[in-house]
Design a protein around this ligand. Structure first.
Ligand SMILES: Cc1ncc(COP(=O)(O)O)c(C=O)c1O
Length: 379
């Protein structure tokens, strides 16, 4: 079989591959970006699941735009915005629809590096080229961003301003304003990918960049981190002309996202205990983070360093010059799964990266001490 050039160039996701290793007996996994199983809000959807069979209409074909009551709930969330929503199979499908609606082979996409590989894969499948943008504690390097905007015809800027995957960083308020100003000045479309925004467990929430630059920002949200990743429900909003085209592409791709899972998410979001569920999730992740952070300092001391995080699911651990790939591979022999930093860069551009990503949301607190002891052996 002769595969397309773009399909051949697609690299396998280390994370998806390691997830099967991570399910081996006795393995402790800090690899995936999974929510805590014990905090999944199953009780809040029990009644919705049980009563769905009373309404066979929910198992018919539905609209490509999405289940109307869910769309209305999303519109109520941001009453100040008139921008339409499109329901997707997870925000990952939103990334794919954006790429197919907007990118041509050879187009330039700026992305913060390290980056969420799923986004890079979606962009590369269209034949677009990636321009790597360095970032620090307050967000991306604004001089480099402006340089790219000045010297190349940048089509999209892909960003995760809240609890970035894998670094856990949050853009400062000043960076948000500066990025919106630069994008507006150079007419670049911004993709604001925010699956982790509601997982803030300390510090103050900052305004989303889409509010500062609504005319040309496409915003992606997900119910995988606050609801259920297995249901595959996410959504995107943006300028009406874009959502119309994206809906047409979705129609050609899969007709629509399954109605029963949209009904479940709709009932979850409107459940009177949903706000409490979010608080429980934030508190649970705060204590898991604090526990892991304390163990890392206590057991690994001078061997590592990391910036504290205020939410999300990840610690981006610097190994102070040791290869992330080697440490991750040794950790596997000690039955600990972690993701090496190099997995978050475009094909082989960072084989010498000295970080690993540690997930704290999904690891049982009772296993954390042992997990860090295994990491100490690997180091
Ligand atoms: C930054 C980022 N964007 C998008 C996704 C895709 O999420 P989903 O398709 O489950 O909504 C993920 C998944 O981990 C992610 O980390």
């Amino acid at each position: 079989m002769k595969f397309s050039r773009h399909a051949q160039s697609l690299q396998a996701s280390y994370i998806r591959e390691i997830l099967s290793a991570a399910s081996q007996p006795e393995m402790i996994s800090m690899a995936g970006g999974l929510p805590a199983a014990s905090l999944l809000p199953v009780e809040l959807i029990r009644e919705a699941c049980e009563s769905m069979t009373d309404n066979p209409q929910l198992f018919q074909y539905g609209s490509s735009r999405g289940y109307q009551p869910l769309l209305e709930t999303l519109a109520r969330w941001s009453p100040e915005s008139t921008q339409p929503w499109l329901i997707c199979n997870g925000s990952q499908q939103g990334l794919d629809l954006i790429a197919r609606a907007l990118l041509e082979p050879g187009d330039q996409v700026v992305a913060e590096v390290p980056a969420y590989l799923g986004a890079l894969q979606a962009f590369q499948l269209t034949g677009a080229s990636l321009l790597p943008l360095l970032s620090g504690a307050a967000g991306p390097d604004l001089d480099q961003l402006e340089h790219y905007f000045k010297v190349t015809d940048v089509k999209l800027f892909y960003a995760v301003p809240d609890f970035h995957n894998p670094t856990g960083r949050v853009w400062s308020a000043e960076t948000r304003i500066a990025v919106a100003t630069l994008c507006r000045h150079y007419g670049v479309t911004l993709i604001e990918d925010s699956p982790y925004r509601q997982l803030r467990f300390s510090g103050a929430q900052l305004c989303s960049v889409s509010e500062l630059y609504p005319e040309q920002t496409i915003r992606l949200i997900s119910f995988s981190k606050t609801g259920f990743p297995g249901l595959r429900v996410g959504a995107m909003s943006g300028p009406a002309e874009f959502i119309t085209v994206a809906e047409r592409i979705k129609q050609a791709t899969d007709l629509h996202t399954g109605i029963p899972q949209q009904v479940i998410i709709h009932r979850l979001l409107n459940h009177p205990e949903y706000p409490e569920h979010l608080i429980r999730l934030q508190q649970g992740y705060r204590s898991r983070y604090q526990y892991l952070s304390a163990e890392l300092h206590q057991q690994l001391g001078q061997l590592i360093e990391f910036d504290p995080v205020e939410g999300g699911m990840f610690i981006w651990l610097s190994l102070k010059g040791k290869s992330g790939a080697q440490v991750a591979s040794r950790a596997l022999t000690h039955k600990l799964a972690v993701v090496p930093g190099a997995a978050f860069y475009d094909k082989g551009t960072a084989t010498k990266d000295c970080h690993i990503r540690l997930n704290f949301s999904n690891t049982d607190t009772a296993l954390v001490q042992e997990a860090v002891a295994r990491l100490a052996k690997a180091l």
